[in-house]
Design a protein around this ligand. Structure first.
Ligand code: GLC
Ligand code: CA
Length: 581
């Protein structure tokens, strides 16, 4: 079997991401679980989903919500058992869908047996499975980390371990030690435990967590100082797409993944186009596709999302153009996404979350996402237009380690007596409210009963106050709901797949701050999509000499056809999709 001739199912697919803790609780303990997921599979299928991506459900102390795995071959007891996973797989397959899991293999939890052995002594056979370095000492003789690398979750990326008087590397939390991919035995243990074990159970692939980070520059040099106001610095250039990363991916593909009919999607981010293509060109035989972060990072500093500048519509277009052009003229494939468990809600970020415009802007964004090229990923709750946490909530409602550490580090540096303290604090809190991962992690709103039908008990994290207005039950039978609009868009996407899933993007009126309008072109198959990103009516002129017929109007109007170089009227936040006749 070659990769190419079995490629089609995952290219056409719409993927629905489930983040288990907050999805659906079956036993009233306030934590989502696998039986809960199983109870909703008909709903997921009804949206038009082909593949379910389940975020980590492995055994874990949950310091980073399961991205800290203590046993790849076990299930977190609150989520269920291996038997529940077998059942989930069967039920997903029975409905003609596929199931992919998260592959978190840059690091494990410090509670993983491998790390417990590794930290126990310098001579333990697994010592070299993680990255250990001697302390440095400054002029005053104080012990310092081996270099100035900063963790993604604030502070140093190194943690001192008294047992052996050395530091270990953790690019994320202290309890997420990085595995040493330089060690061949470690790599093969990973392949067997994290991949093969689950492939043999029948899973259909993986979303590969932090897939660009396994290979570190082995001299571990200090990073350049880009944020003089903090001690530890972003260090991507020393671990993102490092010297041996492609060798590792090729080995993993050859050793395991190629033996199965698998879909793989990497979380890579922040590499050059040329380098990104090495991961996802079919001929490279590494992975099928990857997430690009241009869109979700619009307006933020890529080294620190809470340093937020804001953006204008042309910048969003540029990001989408970059992501869309990424695979043009290559044998590579790409993805489309605007939400996941690490991102805020898209209506709050790119639309208008007010009562009046929430649904129209949600439809506009659904139309945008459903007409872009690549495999489409939607995140739990996105289909019903869940929005960010209320602005009034106290910072103590934010439970994500990333948010907590960031706020703590900031609070230690900034004192109420500092000039401009209150203003800076307000800016930070607004940015946290806009961008924190917590926004994606509040319980899914199923109905208007207490706790939004997510659970009969008190949820582990607070339900958004708006659950009576935004929930699945109220949308299922409402023909004008966002949920039904998504269903429509997903079927239109499949019906006109040559242009919508595979076509090239040609944006017109690129400088406009009001409309986002583009053709999708694939030979004779053409679509024209035009979206109003404002709260006022506007008009947009088609530049094409083709005649189009209307297939979607997200607002009230019913366009029949669009003449060559014709004009389209758009209501506030209205989106229209046309196809050539
Ligand atoms: C990825 C995950 C994120 C996690 C991190 C560390 O970025 O998406 O949720 O915190 O990796 O595993
Ligand atoms: Ca539960």
């Amino acid at each position: 079997m070659t990769v190419d001739n079995k490629a089609i199912w995952w290219k056409n697919a719409t993927v629905y991401q489930i983040w288990p803790a907050s999805y659906k609780d079956s036993n009233g303990d306030g934590v989502g679980d696998i039986p809960g997921i199983i109870s909703t599979l008909d709903y997921i299928k009804s949206i038009g989903v082909d593949v379910v991506w389940l975020s980590p459900m492995f055994d874990s102390p949950q310091d980073d919500m399961g991205y800290d795995i203590s046993n790849y071959e076990g299930v977190y007891p609150k989520y269920g058992t291996l038997e529940d996973m077998d059942n989930l797989l069967k039920q997903v397959h029975d409905r003609g869908m596929k199931l992919i899991l998260d592959l978190v293999i840059n690091h494990t939890s410090s509670e993983h047996d491998w790390f417990k052995e590794s930290r126990s002594s310098k001579t333990n056979p697994k010592r070299d499975w993680y990255i250990w370095k001697k302390p440095k000492y400054d002029a005053e003789g104080n012990r310092q980390p081996p270099n100035n690398w900063g963790s993604y979750f604030s502070g140093s990326a190194w943690k001192y371990d008294e047992t052996t008087d050395e530091y270990y590397l953790h690019l994320f939390a202290e309890s997420q030690p990085d595995l040493n991919w330089e060690n061949e035995e470690t790599r093969h243990a990973i392949y067997n435990s994290a991949l093969k074990f689950w492939f043999d159970k029948g899973v259909d692939g993986f979303r590969i967590d932090t897939a660009g980070m396994y290979s570190k520059v082995q001299s571990f040099p200090d990073a350049p100082i880009v944020f003089p106001d903090v001690e530890f610095q972003p260090c991507k250039e020393f671990h993102q797409s490092g010297p041996r990363i492609h060798e590792f991916h090729k080995e993993m593909f050859q050793t395991v993944t190629s033996k199965y009919d698998a879909m793989t999607v990497g979380e890579v981010g922040h590499s050059t186009r040329e380098d990104s293509l090495k991961y996802v060109s079919a001929s490279e035989k590494e992975m099928n596709m990857m997430f690009l972060f241009d869109t979700v990072e619009v307006g933020s500093d890529i080294g620190d999302r809470f340093r937020y500048q804001g953006f204008e519509l042309p910048e969003l277009k540029d990001a989408i153009i970059r992501e869309s052009e990424f695979t043009v003229g290559t044998d590579a494939w790409s993805t489309v996404f605007i939400e996941n468990h690490d991102q805020p809600r898209c209506i709050s970020r790119f639309g208008n979350p007010s009562k009046q415009w929430r649904v129209p802007s949600g439809k506009a964004l659904a139309a945008l996402q459903s007409t872009l090229t690549g495999t489409l990923f939607i995140y739990q709750g996105q289909e019903i237009g869940m929005i960010n946490l209320p602005k009034e909530w106290d910072i103590s409602e934010y439970l994500d380690i990333n948010t907590i550490n960031y706020f703590k580090a900031w609070s230690e540096k900034n004192k109420p007596t500092d000039e401009g303290y209150q203003k800076n604090l307000d800016v930070l809190l607004a940015n946290i409210n806009l961008l924190a991962r917590d926004n994606a992690r509040s319980p899914v709103q199923w109905d208007d009963s207490e706790y939004a039908g997510f659970s009969t008990g008190k949820p582990w994290t607070r339900v958004n106050d708006n659950y009576k207005e935004i929930n699945v039950a109220s949308q299922v039978n409402d023909p004008n709901s966002l949920l039904n609009f998504w269903k429509k868009m997903l079927s239109v996407r499949k019906e006109y797949s040559p242009a919508l899933i595979y076509g090239n993007l040609e944006v017109i009126d690129k400088e406009s701050k009001e409309n986002f309008s583009y053709y999708k072109v694939n030979g004779d198959n053409k679509a024209f999509v035009t979206i109003n990103f404002t709260e006022s009516p506007i008009e947009v002129k088609s530049t094409s000499s083709d005649t189009f017929k209307s297939v979607v109007c997200s607002g009230d109007s019913q366009e029949e056809s669009l003449e060559p170089k014709g004009t389209v009227s758009l209501g506030p936040w209205e989106a229209k999709v046309f196809v050539s006749v």
